[in-house]
Each structure stands twice: as C-alpha cells, then as structure tokens.
Design a protein around this ligand. Sequence first.
Ligand SMILES: *[C@@H]1O[C@H](CO)[C@@H](O)[C@H](O)[C@H]1NC(C)=O
Ligand SMILES: *[C@@H]1O[C@H](CO)[C@@H](O)[C@H](O)[C@H]1NC(C)=O
Ligand SMILES: *[C@@H]1O[C@H](CO)[C@@H](O)[C@H](O)[C@H]1NC(C)=O
Ligand SMILES: *[C@@H]1O[C@H](CO)[C@@H](O)[C@H](O)[C@H]1NC(C)=O
Length: 482
Amino acid sequence: MASPLLFLLLITLFISHSSSQMLLLPLTHSLSMIEFNTTHHLLKSTSTHSLSRFHRHKHHHHNQLSLPLSPGSDYTLSFNLGPHSQPITLYMDTGSDLVWFPCTPFNCILCELKPKLTSDPSPPTNISHSTPISCNSHACSVAHSSTPSSDLCTMAHCPLDSIETKDCGSFHCPPFYYAYGDGSLIASLYRDTLSLSTLQLTNFTFGCAHTTFSEPTGVAGFGRGLLSLPAQLATHSPQLGNRFSYCLVSHSFRSERIRKPSPLILGRYNDEKQSNGDEVVEFVYTSMLENPKHSYFYTVGLKGISVGKKTVPAPKILRRVNKKGDGGVVVDSGTTFTMLPEKFYNSVVEGFDRRARKSNRRAPEIEQKTGLSPCYYLNTAAIVPAVTLRFVGMNSSVVLPRKNYFYEFMDGGDGVRRKERVGCLMFMNGGDEAEMSGGPGGVLGNYQQQGFEVEYDLEKKRVGFARRKCASLWDRLNRDKN
Ligand SMILES: *[C@@H]1O[C@H](CO)[C@@H](O)[C@H](O)[C@H]1NC(C)=O
Ligand SMILES: *[C@@H]1O[C@H](CO)[C@@H](O)[C@H](O)[C@H]1NC(C)=O
Ligand SMILES: *[C@@H]1O[C@H](CO)[C@@H](O)[C@H](O)[C@H]1NC(C)=O
Ligand SMILES: *[C@@H]1O[C@H](CO)[C@@H](O)[C@H](O)[C@H]1NC(C)=O
C-alpha cells in the first residue's frame, strides 16, 4: 500500500508534469436559444452575423493596421483572476490578439442590437486588486500599435526629466482603442495572476474595458500577437504556449444546451495516445502564411475546393497573401461560417447544385427564411456531393464530413405544409473580390471545423486538421489525466 506521503508526491509530480506538457481546458458552445425560438430565426441571425463580421472588417481597414475579426458567437473559455475572483467567461477567438473583459463600472453602448448569443455572460469584474501597466512597458507599446514609450509616457503626464531617465514606472499606460469587425472598446492594461485550470500565470497582461460599443462579452485573443494568451503563456512555458489545438463538438441549432465541452489543449499531448480505438489520427498540415499587415491572423492558402470529383480552383486572393498584406484564408474560431469571395463561391455553389439537383428539389422558401443558399427538399435517396478543401501544400486536402457543410433539419408540419426534411449548403458569399478594399480573401469558420482537432503549431508555423470524435477526446484526455 502506498503511504499518504508517496501518494501526495505522486499527485504533485503528476500535476507539475501535466502542466508543463499539456493543459486541458473545456470550451463551451455558447449559442443559446433565449431570443431565437425557431431554427429559422437562429440560422438567419447567425448567417447575417458572420457576414457582418466579415464585411465590416473588409471595409474598415483604412489607416488601421490591426483590425481583428469581431468575436462571433460560439465557443467560450473561463478563467479566474487574482486569488478570489469569480470565473470570467470569454469568447475564445483565434482571429484577434488581445485578452480583455468588461470591468466595473461597465457601460455597453448599443449592446441590445447585437444578437445575444451567450447564455450567461459573467458580470463585469472589479479589478481593484490588479496592477496597472506602466507607460514605459513593452506591453503598453504593443497595445498602442508600437507607439514609442516616450510618447505614451508623455500622454500619461510623466515629466520630461523622468522620461529622459526612463523613470516613469508609476505612470499608467494610457487607455487604447481596439476595434473588431462590428464592435469596439476602450481598454486599459493591467496585470494580475491568471488561473487556467491547474496553471497559474503570474504577471498576465490583459485589457480592462469600462466602455464598449456593441461588445457585451470579453474575448480571449488566441491570435499571433504578443499580448495574446498563447504568446503570454509561451513566455512562462514554451511547451505550453507554442502549440495549441481545439476540437469543436458539433454545433446544434436546436435548443438542448447540455453538451459535452470541446477540449482546448494547450501544449502537446502524448502522441501515442492519439492512436486509440477507432480514431483516425493523421493530421493534414498546411503552412501559415506570413502577413505583415494582419500579423495576428492565422492565415493559410487554399488551392481549391472539390465538389464530388471536380475541383474548382481557388483565385489567387485565396492562395496567397500579396505584397499589400491582402489575401489568404483566415482560420478563425470566432466566426461561425466559412466566407468565400463571390465568383469562387458561385462556382462552388454551381458545381454543388448541378450534382445535388439530380436527386433533390431546390427549396427557395427555405432559402428565404434562413438566409442560406442553396437549400433542398431531401427525399429518402438524397445524394449530397462530397466537399474537400484543398489547402496549399503536399497532401493538404481535408475531406469535410457532410454535416460540416450541409445542414439538415425538418421543416413544415405546421398545418400548412407537411413535415419535410430539408438541407442547406453552409458556405457564405463574402462579396465581390474587386470591390473588396483589402483584408483576407476568405475565412474558415468554426462551423466547418467541427469534429476536427485543429492544431496551431507556432513553432513549425503550420495549421493541422485531424478528424476526431471531440466529445470522446475530451473524455479520453480527462481519463488519462486522472
Ligand atoms: C417564437 O417567437 C415569436 C416571435 O418572436 C412568438 O410570436 C412565438 O410565440 C414564439 N414561439 C414560441 C414557441 O415560443
Ligand atoms: C471594487 O472593490 C473595492 C474593494 O473591494 C471597492 O472599494 C470598490 O468600490 C469596488 N469598485 C467597484 C466599481 O465596484
Ligand atoms: C512581475 O512583474 C514585476 C514587474 O515587472 C516583477 O517585479 C516581478 O518579479 C514579476 N513577477 C514574476 C513572478 O515574474
Ligand atoms: C503524401 O502522401 C503520400 C501517400 O500517403 C506519401 O507517400 C508522401 O510521402 C506524402 N508526401 C508528403 C510531402 O508528405
């Protein structure tokens, strides 16, 4: 029998071992049915939300070097701040690079207009115990788009002799403006100890917002910037910060809200354990493209999309980032649907429709109601063509499971029309390429990432996709942990 001391020692060893290699966190899908009581309403709201996030982003780029995509609906993450705080719940967003949340007193302007997608946002946090970041810190400069410390300390009213002697430590970093595609905020930087599961990150830098425009919920930026969560984690523990992955349990637009969490894995877990049971384990990788203009994005290149056996080649704007920093496809956990430039989108839809129409009738009424297109009435022998994303690189094709691009549900049965099974293609038209004023060429949304472990390898600068049963991955990793 093991002595209590040995037992304690083993536990301690285990915790330190696991926290240096891998940290498992639950992501919760936050879509709630509070305001949307039918499938149709919710679909329409989500599809228009994805579009506005994409479009506003594209049209507001002038004079703005960093404009992350706005946090979408979707996946949330919780942590604690300082010794006694309530859990703070934030959107997990790979499309932006700042960790911020609402602070007391908090005023959200025009938040009523935003579709409320989170079920229970955490109340604003009182940060009176956190330490303000000083104007001469590197973090302050980063938050102010590389503005020199001397300027920031001048704004903070640090006297000139102190600026010259770099002695402005007690002067606070001035508040800064941060804009998403469809919302914005003014935040001040603070640092405190952040607790993520078993891990304590001391001196974690975050933004505290007293006023936001249309942003009721905070965001955990997982993008490539220096203030993002993985970047700050990497300074503590490179093994944990340089690689993360998530595995998104399927969206459901129905009202049941009890679902397994989606695993968010910081660091690398034992690869042997991946070949477990009936799971397919191979990752398909594609390189991250460098993008000087939008450096916080995880941008990859898309060569084409195959519908059935035929491949529609992607335009240049999706294959690479040009000299101006425009183009490529952003892999984003914070946007729901995949957005493609209009001409390419039309070719994909046309190829899809040509095949789908052979066995299914088009459903214009459903298209009208949901904002999705094309939609079909599905008979029992419905044929839905296979869709494959062909990323730039050798062996970089990802075959999408049908539910990742074709949403099926029952319609009718309301006394007017009989109940019928319908299905809609879940790609979005991102607009005319020629009219776009820069920015990414497209976005790979989280709807298309369901049921894959999506890995962000910051060392090898690549993004990987592996088919997984995400709910059982969660169970398995928890079992291995215990
Ligand atoms: C759904 O919402 C509509 C309008 O928002 C309302 O008229 C209707 O009664 C609601 N239905 C249910 C089942 O709650
Ligand atoms: C925050 O907490 C401190 C001390 O706990 C308290 O004095 C202060 O009034 C609180 N601030 C707000 C805005 O609630
Ligand atoms: C946190 O930052 C402060 C100020 O830069 C520094 O004095 C302190 O040693 C840091 N603490 C840890 C644990 O890194
Ligand atoms: C691509 O896949 C084939 C077949 O699985 C394999 O033989 C080849 O080495 C792979 N190429 C690369 C660059 O991974």
